[in-house]
Design a protein around this ligand. Structure first.
Ligand code: CDP
Ligand code: MG
Length: 137
């Protein structure tokens, strides 16, 4: 096992999951899969901050709703660290649409709908760095 292949990613427990008190259950899935929790904080962001966070989706039809949603209640931002953490977290999350997510994934277990899908995860090394800096600076 090469230590250098350890990387960091950002997870967010979204408002629907915070509201249903799923923090401990979701964090257990990370820990059980060798993703260490480096830092974690519960916060509520403004609509403007959500727009900044999701700016890569600016042109998408769901952008407005997405930003309203992410700022609608408390969220938990988490830095995960581990071997292949970015892809591993994406695999643990499952498909964007909970209906299409594989059994055992977080979104299959807890997601309500494509917008209320319980978790966010960075999708690349570049985005992971930027997203961690966004919440933990
Ligand atoms: O979160 P993920 O990377 O799986 O999906 P995305 O394509 O980066 O979209 C970001 C978020 O926008 C999703 O997690 C959904 O909450 C939301 N979304 C939506 O509300 N409607 C869609 N048709 C697609 C995405
Ligand atoms: Mg994404």
């Amino acid at each position: 096992m090469n230590k250098n292949s350890s990387e960091r990613t950002l997870s967010i427990i979204k408002p629907d999951a915070v509201e249903r008190e799923l923090e401990t259950k979701i964090k257990k899935i990370f820990l059980d899969n060798k993703l260490n929790i480096v830092d974690s904080k519960k916060i509520q962001i403004s609509k403007e901050e959500a727009e900044e966070f999701y700016k890569t989706h600016q042109t998408k039809p769901f952008y407005e709703k997405l930003c309203s949603y992410l700022s609608s209640g408390p969220i938990i931002a988490i830095i995960l660290d581990g071997e292949n953490a970015i892809q591993k977290n994406r695999d643990l999350m499952g498909a964007t649409d909970p209906k299409k997510a594989k059994d055992g994934t977080i979104r299959k277990l807890y997601g309500i709908s494509i917008d209320k899908n319980s978790v966010h995860g960075s999708d690349s090394l570049e985005n992971a760095k930027a997203e961690i800096a966004f919440f933990f600076n």
